[in-house]
Design a binder for this molecule. Structure first.
Ligand SMILES: Cc1cc2nc3c(=O)[nH]c(=O)nc-3n(C[C@H](O)[C@H](O)[C@H](O)COP(=O)(O)OP(=O)(O)OC[C@H]3O[C@@H](n4cnc5c(N)ncnc54)[C@H](O)[C@@H]3O)c2cc1C
Length: 453
């Protein structure tokens, strides 16, 4: 079968991509492995930068009419019972003041329906792609597990983080299991600051909680990577959440969480960091999580997927799908994509480390972050601009990090955090400078990589 653009994977990215590329002229075929819904728990909170993309391609209004609720920003609770620090999107100058929180499977089903209704799009489910088809070194289509061949002028793979084609293309990844998310649906309840995504600190890992509409609050509780799976593991996880995590959650959410745990086990999902340095090859590109992923703490995943979608749509719209023009457009996509993605990856790694770590250095930086945020609206807005993708550069990340380090150092010097003895202060300052140098080296690597592309 021949088509213009073949999209492998009809999940969140694949469905949005098909809709954004549809121009009534090009034939677009989407091949989705699953006939029914994907049982895996996945993202639901989309930053305003991602919502802008949904809006731009006419997907926001029908999605919002189906389900979900506006997301106003983050409320971070630094320790059990402490007041929240509010980080509203509305403080980012010139940005959309609201993101979107929406149940993942409902959202994907709606996106698929919207894509399939656009001219030129054919969405086929229950077809798993097993290999690429090449003409010399160029990818010219795919072969399914049943052996059927689909040929296309351009292939885009949106298979998600466990992309099979990524390996077949020889694209090397760095992958690390960071932790697990236990997802709990708390019903008939509310959050201290309705509309805000809450991050509660104090347990082993951060607890992310956000409303998804109809009095439902989704809780994503971060558990160690060594957590045991299977049926035995599930009851141990429930017990651990009840004993070690619930005390850090305020009422009435805590009771709703415990009711939910008494009725059903949490859904478990692995939190991985997967990095790639290349996402294109002649005739093909990786899109969305096929190109990598980070810990879900900063809820950046789908905003990255949607930014990929927008960049590709912009690069492909003005060209004919001739091989040389396609490959040049894909190179531009690769360059623009990593510029956006690298800052998100470094920020997510840094925040996850600081929100979880128990060493003197991370405690001091955690103290510094809250001092920084409490100090001014400009500080909160700058951090949120980075977090939400409104600001995307590595230099911006670095300048924010330096400001936080400055606050951390002054907290230590004044003896406000950790052991205030001279020896304790020196130990904390050494730890902060080691962390700062580590982040600096990531940023330098990222900037160098961008300059070399
Ligand atoms: C615990 C957790 C919480 C998260 N929370 C957030 C959040 O709050 N906000 C946020 O922005 N992001 C979040 N994310 C990330 C978000 O879920 C992902 O960024 C997003 O789902 C990626 O979409 P995708 O379409 O690229 O991949 P997927 O959602 O994995 O979809 C891939 C699709 O491709 C299909 N497929 C796979 N292989 C093949 C094949 N060989 N042939 C055909 N089809 C195939 C699959 O069936 C699937 O439908 C979270 C992730 C996790 C794990």
């Amino acid at each position: 079968m021949d088509t213009d653009i073949l999209i492998v994977g009809g999940g969140f990215t694949g469905a949005a991509l098909a809709a954004a590329l549809s121009d009534g002229r090009r034939r677009i075929t989407v091949l989705e492995a699953r006939a029914g819904k994907n049982p895996r728990f996945a993202g639901e909170l989309i930053h305003p930068t991602g919502v802008d993309v949904l809006d731009r391609y006419g997907l926001l209004a029908p999605l919002a009419a189906t389900a979900g609720t506006p997301a106003l920003g983050f409320a971070v609770v630094r320790s059990t019972g402490a007041p929240a620090t509010l980080l509203p999107y509305a403080e980012i100058p010139g940005g959309r003041p609201e993101g979107l929180a929406i149940e993942h499977h409902t959202m994907v089903a709606k996106l698929r329906q919207l894509a399939a209704a656009r001219p030129g799009i054919e969405l086929r489910t229950g077809i798993r792609v097993a290999d690429v088809v090449r003409d010399d070194a160029r990818v010219v289509g795919v072969r399914t597990e049943e052996g059927e061949v689909f040929r296309a002028r351009l292939t885009l793979t949106a298979e998600g983080r466990h992309s099979k084609l990524r390996g077949l293309l020889g694209i090397v990844e760095q992958a690390k299991l960071l932790s697990f998310t236990a997802a709990v649906l708390a019903e008939e309840t509310t959050l201290p600051h309705p509309g805000y995504g809450h991050i509660f600190l104090g347990a082993w890992g951060p607890i992310l909680a956000y409303g998804i509409g109809d009095g439902q609050v989704r809780m994503c509780l971060d558990l160690p990577a060594a957590t045991e799976g299977g049926a035995k593991g599930a009851s141990a996880v429930t017990e651990r959440l009840r004993i070690d995590y619930a005390p850090h959650v305020p009422e009435p959410l805590r009771s709703a969480m415990l009711r939910s745990l008494a009725m059903r086990p949490p859904e478990m999902a692995a939190n991985q960091a997967i990095r790639t340095k290349r996402c294109v090859a002649p005739g093909i590109a990786l899109v969305g999580e096929s190109g990598g992923c980070s810990h879900p703490l900063t809820a950046a995943g789908m905003t990255i997927c949607l930014t990929d979608v927008q960049i590709l749509a912009e690069e492909l719209a003005p060209i004919e799908l001739a091989p040389y023009a396609v490959d040049a457009a894909l190179e531009r996509y690769q360059r623009r994509r990593y510029r956006f993605v690298r800052a998100r990856e470094v920020l997510t790694d840094a925040l996850y480390e600081v929100f979880r770590g128990s060493e003197d250095s991370t405690r001091a930086i955690r103290h510094g972050i809250f001092r920084y945020w409490d100090g001014s609206q400009r500080a909160r807005a700058s951090s949120m601009a980075l977090l939400s993708g409104a600001e995307s550069g590595l230099p911006q990340f670095l300048s924010e990090y330096v400001r936080v380090v400055h606050q951390s150092v002054s907290g230590v010097v004044r003896g406000q955090v950790n052991d205030p003895s001279l020896r304790g202060r020196v130990r904390s300052l050494r730890g902060i400078s080691t962390k700062a140098l580590e982040k600096l080296s990531y940023v330098v690597d990222g900037v160098r990589e961008g300059a070399l592309r």
